[in-house]
Design a protein around this ligand. Structure first.
Ligand code: UDP
Length: 330
């Protein structure tokens, strides 16, 4: 059985759906940001906290867990700058409690959600796993700390792991059952689409004086189902023993500026956005685009969704939520 911590969240809930094709799944989530409705009903659901050692012990004693996937984290760059303690407590301290309890129960396979924010301001145009890490915000720092702890652990004790550094996850499940539902929403694509649906007055572009072609930040947007598929490959590699430790970047290898994303949203929806330029957001690097050659070459991962398709699935999802206010508010 695979334990998915944070399986009620945006990325975790998509991974649960893919995992269920071949595995039994148990989800641990405290529902602080996740949603009970997002958890596929075929998975066992436990409402608990990964920082609570009693919750973990109860779970590890009751179920036979082969591997743990860990998605439960605070993940907002701007918030991490103003409230770093939240990030070190939720992302580092709780993960240590989890890893320590896993060791007590001899659970030795771990998939860790990390981030492009570990790179800080990258030294190259196209990031690879060899690009030096140098986070410029507490969110990236907190994830890198866990990566370093994992590296030390794996040398000393029985702990096999894959670190997956996500670039910008976006889009929704192709069935329309689940998608992005943060409250409050801070991510670019849902914000643009909610504006185009009439739920927000305008879109604010956070800075137009970056050293990029149009002055706005460039990111590498990757569909959440493509991300989910990478987790399955990583898990298989741990289970079949082809990997004991690995770190992979997950992106499409294509950079889109904030302005280009807005234009693509206008194209997908056929609607015109009201855009204003605001101040830069704290902790934002100008450009984050990755090569995903390593995971393609080693595990055979390929991406299927273009930016157009990412936005198209997100648009279908946002439209469907209009008819269900419960999903927006819970
Ligand atoms: N962004 C923006 N306006 C918004 C939300 C985001 O200009 O209302 C920008 C943000 O500064 C960043 C990019 O869009 O350059 C992607 O931000 P998001 O929060 O979606 O993801 P992040 O890169 O922080 O993981």
């Amino acid at each position: 059985m695979i334990l998915v911590i944070g399986g009620a969240g945006y990325i975790g809930s998509h991974v649960v759906k893919v995992l269920l094709k071949t595995k039994e799944v148990i989800v641990l989530d405290n529902l602080s940001t996740g949603h009970r409705w997002a958890v596929d009903e075929r998975a066992v659901f436990v409402n608990g906290d990964l920082g609570n050692v009693e919750d973990l012990k109860a779970l590890f004693s009751s179920y036979s867990i082969d591997a743990v996937m860990h998605f439960a984290a605070s993940s907002l760059v701007g918030e991490s700058v103003v409230n770093p303690m939240k990030y070190y407590l939720n992302n580092v301290s709780s993960t240590l409690t989890l890893l320590n309890t896993m060791l007590d129960f001899n659970i030795d396979k771990f998939i860790f959600s990390s981030t492009a924010a570990t790179y800080g301001i990258p030294t190259t145009d196209l990031i690879t796993e060899d690009t030096p890490t140098n986070p410029i915000n507490p969110y990236g720092q907190s994830k890198l700390m866990v990566e370093k702890i994992l590296a030390d652990l794996s040398k000393a004790v029985d702990m096999k792991y894959v670190v997956l550094r996500y670039f910008n996850a976006a889009g929704a499940h192709q069935t329309g059952e689940i998608g992005e539902a943060h409250n409050p929403e801070t991510h670019l694509i849902p914000i643009i689409l909610q504006h185009l649906l009439g739920q927000r007055e305008q879109i604010s572009v956070f800075g137009s004086d970056y050293e990029t072609e149009d002055g706005t930040c460039i990111r590498d947007y990757i569909h959440v189902t493509d991300l989910a598929n990478a987790h399955i490959l990583a898990l298989d590699a741990l289970i079949n023993g082809s990997k004991n430790t690995a770190t992979y970047n997950l992106g499409n290898g294509l950079g889109y500026s904030v302005k280009e994303v807005i234009e693509m949203c206008e194209k997908v929806t056929g609607k015109k956005a009201n855009v204003v330029t605001g101040d830069r957001r704290l902790g934002d690097p100008a450009k984050l685009v990755t090569s995903s050659d390593k995971i393609h070459n080693e595990l055979g991962w390929n991406t299927e969704y273009s930016l157009f398709e990412i936005i198209n699935t997100a648009w279908e999802w946002e439209k469907s939520r209009v008819d269900n206010l419960d999903l927006i508010n819970n």
